[in-house]
Design a protein around this ligand. Structure first.
Ligand SMILES: Nc1ncnc2c1ncn2[C@@H]1O[C@H](COP(=O)(O)OP(=O)(O)OP(=O)(O)O)[C@@H](O)[C@H]1O
Length: 293
């Protein structure tokens, strides 16, 4: 099963072009959609989740026409939105039971078994009687995954799921997602490079509604090999380096800016070769992608 998007475009009424000819082939497994805030990720996720329409283009999940066969898509879709909305003061068991009923699991005994199995799966069984509104951020996200798994979906969409989670919760969430992503398509939309690095075997970088890269994280990193150089500089020097070099990132290390620049040849001047990582790819794609426009 593959999800194939071709030339998806969307311009909002205020003139913002949130999707600009997006074409991607998304195979089974964990797929990372990496982009900064405002890149167009949620617009794409909501479109694939049948919650809003594109202006043009196509999206096919196998033979299923995602943009036009909405009911059929919803039956095979699990969606964890960026904002899950207000959590009522009812227990996890009751709320999950309610979602399962909405998803068409009408047999009471079957539903009870399903709800218990899901609560075990996301490690919330011992907290099943607590109100979901009292859960921590990480527990809420795991509950969100439990509801997304109802009905054995072939396509699971999770929009910015790790924003705001502490490192321990983030790890627990990673483990859960990586187990799920083996046999179905899981699209993970995120602005956190580490999410994609740790979880995804395929990815795209999206910026200002455009796909700047589509492929494996390792090929993306390999393409920068020998081209990234680093140097520790003073804050006062930064504007000069911005004029003379293609700076892809500037981070404070021990209070001093550590810059990474993109260069085919050794820039000399005290720069040292850096082994590139996915963050370098992300920033360099954005830099060069903007320059190409
Ligand atoms: N309903 C809307 N009306 C007008 N503009 C919108 C609407 N929804 C989103 N936008 C704009 O479209 C662009 C893409 O937004 P989108 O929410 O898809 O990005 P995103 O990558 O998910 O970012 P974020 O993580 O901040 O939600 C942004 O410039 C945003 O301001």
């Amino acid at each position: 099963m593959q999800l194939v998007l071709q030339n998806l475009s969307k311009t909002y009424a205020n003139g913002v072009r949130a999707l600009d000819n997006v074409s991607l082939t998304i195979p089974t497994g964990m797929y990372g959609l990496l982009g900064q805030n405002g890149a167009g990720k949620s617009t794409l996720m909501r479109t694939l989740a049948t919650l809003q329409d594109a202006d043009s283009g196509t999206a096919f999940l196998g033979d299923l026409d995602v943009l036009n066969q909405k009911e059929a898509v919803r039956r095979t879709l699990g969606y964890l939105p960026q904002e899950f909305g207000v959590y009522p003061r009812i227990s996890a068991t009751e709320l999950l039971d309610h979602f399962a009923l909405l998803k068409g699991v009408v047999n009471g005994r079957e539903r009870t078994q399903l709800v218990e199995a899901l609560l075990h799966r996301v490690n919330l069984f011992e907290h099943r009687k607590k109100a979901v509104s009292s859960y921590s951020g990480g527990m809420k996200q795991r509950f969100g995954i439990a509801q997304a798994l109802i009905g054995d979906p072939q396509l699971i969409i999770v929009d910015e799921p790790t924003a705001g989670l502490d490192p321990g919760e983030r790890n627990r969430f990673y483990n859960l997602l990586s187990e799920i992503g083996e046999n179905v398509i899981v699209i993970l939309s995120t602005h956190i490079v580490q999410d994609v690095m740790e979880l995804c075997n395929n990815m795209a970088i999206i910026h200002q509604g455009r796909v700047l890269y589509g492929g494996t994280p390792s090929a993306a990193v390999a393409s920068l090999s020998g081209k990234v150089w680093g140097k520790s500089i003073t804050k006062a020097e930064l504007p000069t380096y911005q004029q003379t070099h293609t700076i892809i990132s500037s981070k404070l290390v021990g209070g001093k800016p550590q810059i990474h620049v993109l260069s085919e040849a050794d820039p000399g001047d005290g720069f040292e070769a850096v082994v590139p990582d996915l963050e370098d790819v992300f920033f360099s794609e954005i830099q060069t992608g903007v320059a190409r426009r």
